[in-house]
Design a protein around this ligand. Structure first.
Ligand SMILES: O=C[C@H](O)[C@H](O)COP(=O)(O)O
Ligand SMILES: C=C(OP(=O)(O)O)C(=O)O
Length: 357
């Protein structure tokens, strides 16, 4: 009988991963982490339902590449959280999966050693440990859900999820979002198109049935309820920002036309600051001004922030890495981050107090 070489022609190997159940057994959700996740998800839902007047702030490194520096950052943010808690819910950006325009390092889960050795099994376990550590500090976490299998491993430790500009239009990601346990922010497209984010919110709000994996690592038909906490994240695009009052008003109109609640998050980074981190404070100040002038649809902001300002390329000799500095997009440094958050807190106090009356 002739044998045909027609299957997995371009696959070199299948290396088994531990199942989500096995990883959960090794690194179980602790009492403290479980209550932080539960409480912060509830606060986020309350903000989106206007039962809590505060602004949520997804703030942290563009990507985590060094868990030690990442945890150092988390300690700093946790200390600041108490200071600004009357006006801001701080949620740490803990991004382990990076969507690339073409190629590049795809994040800590994919390649934890940053040397193309791709130890995904260790990346996933370390990522879970890191999320546990952050939650145990009392700090909620936010991430981009890029690989549709990852939420089975990490989803119980996440309070807010982003679907990125490159995947908001993807049916796979909309289906996944329909089953996620967190509120989900859909970015506008890289070309600035917000209609794809609105279509994503509509799609993800419905139940879906699709192929996925269960916690025993078996291919399964995943049947979801639909996620009613989808919202838009304006990140600018096509070389233009879209956080200004006119763009926000246009987003409000588009949401109203689609009969969706007016919930808008502004990403201070990416095309909204022309990827120049030094401009992020201006975007944040503008959002705060819009709220002071009566805007009610702006419910959150995103800041790309790290211990050190700027970014660095990944050196061949990793001992040359600068501590606490991004290896993906440039970030504002810690001092600027504190200033941005303290200023926003000070400028929002009277407005939000008035909303509580
Ligand atoms: O936020 C991260 C980046 O903007 C995104 O991953 C795309 O990066 P790239 O264009 O450098 O590949
Ligand atoms: C990749 C990101 O953003 P965007 O999808 O808006 O490019 C990000 O926030 O890390």
């Amino acid at each position: 009988m002739t044998t045909f070489n027609v299957e997995n022609v371009n696959v070199t190997s299948f290396d088994a991963m531990p199942t989500p159940q096995e990883l959960h057994a090794r690194l179980p959700l602790s009492e403290r982490a479980g209550s932080v996740v539960t409480h912060s998800r509830e606060v986020l839902r309350n903000i989106l339902d206007r039962r809590d007047p505060r602004l949520f702030v997804v703030v942290g490194p563009c990507s985590i590449h060094d868990p030690v520096a990442g945890l150092d950052y988390a300690h700093r943010l946790r200390a600041l959280q108490d200071e600004v808690k009357d006006t801001l819910l701080l949620v740490m950006r803990v991004y382990f999966e990076k969507p690339r325009t073409t190629t590049g390092w795809k994040g800590y889960i994919n390649d934890p050693d940053m040397d193309d050795s791709f130890h995904i099994e260790r990346g996933m376990a370390n990522a879970r440990q890191f999320l546990l550590d952050v939650c145990e500090l009392g700090l909620p976490t936010a991430t981009e859900a890029l690989d549709p299998i990852s939420p089975q491993y990490l989803g119980d430790l996440i309070a807010w999820t982003a679907i990125g500009a490159r995947t908001t239009e993807s049916q796979t990601h909309r289906e996944m979002a329909s089953g996620l346990s967190t509120p989900v922010g859909f970015k506008n497209g890289t070309d600035g198109d917000i209609s794809i984010a609105i279509n994503a919110i509509l799609s993800a709000s419905h139940p879906h049935s699709f192929l996925g994996m269960n916690d025993q690592g078996r291919t399964a038909i995943v049947r979801t309820r639909g996620n009613r906490y989808g919202h838009v994240v304006l990140r600018g695009g096509d070389g233009r920002p879209n956080y200004d009052t006119v763009s926000v008003a246009m987003a409000e109109q588009a949401l109203a036309k689609a009969k969706l609640p007016a919930n808008i998050v502004v990403d201070c980074s990416h095309a909204n600051s022309f990827k120049n981190p030094e401009l992020q404070p201006l975007v944040m100040a503008d959002v705060v001004n819009q709220i002071r002038f009566g805007n009610k649809s702006l419910v959150g902001v995103m800041i790309e922030s790290n211990i050190a300002a700027g970014k660095q390329s990944i050196p061949a000799d990793l001992s040359q890495l600068k501590y606490g500095c991004s290896v993906t997009d440039g970030c504002v440094g810690w001092e600027t981050t504190e200033k941005m958050l303290r200023e926003a807190d000070a400028r929002l106090r009277d407005v939000l107090a008035a909303r509580m009356k």
